[in-house]
Design a binder for this molecule. Structure first.
Ligand code: HEC
Length: 109
């Protein structure tokens, strides 16, 4: 009986983890190399690019901070710059979690 409860608990926590991807962890894995751990645009991979990775910690972005605008950039990238498209690498809910995490970097959350 107790064992069943444990298994149920495990299943529930796993389901919860899947329902809400961790934006911070995704950011660290996929974005911080260029945009920096705090979003200042100073990641170790940023050196040597012609176009400097944007500071994602500033209150405004060149292309806007609306959820749709930011999601579009993450999904499609910015052609002609090192900013890659993540539409084929990350699921939509993961990209949306990143949109939310960038608000933390901007100090909105
Ligand atoms: C290979 C380096 C690199 C990686 C990795 C990278 N970016 Fe970028 N990103 C850039 C560069 C460079 C720009 C600026 C392009 C320009 O305006 O010239 C940019 C621009 C942006 C912008 C637009 C900011 C503005 O001011 O309009 C957003 C939003 C963004 N990146 C989010 C992300 C997210 C989220 C990730 C992780 C999924 C990520 N980037 C990963 C290099 C990178």
């Amino acid at each position: 009986m107790r064992r069943n409860c444990l298994i149920l608990l495990l299943a529930l926590t796993t389901a919860a983890a899947q329902a809400a991807p961790d934006g911070k962890a995704l950011y660290t894995t996929w974005c911080a190399g260029c945009h920096g751990a705090q979003g200042l645009g100073d990641g170790p991979d940023a050196k040597g690019f012609d176009s400097k990775p944007s500071s994602l910690a500033s209150a405004t972005y060149k292309r806007g901070t609306g959820d749709k605008a930011v999601l579009k950039i993450i999904t499609n990238g910015i052609p002609g710059t090192p900013m890659d498209s993540y539409g084929d690498k990350l699921a939509e809910d993961q990209r949306k979690a990143l949109v939310q995490y960038l608000k933390v970097l901007r100090g909105e959350k």
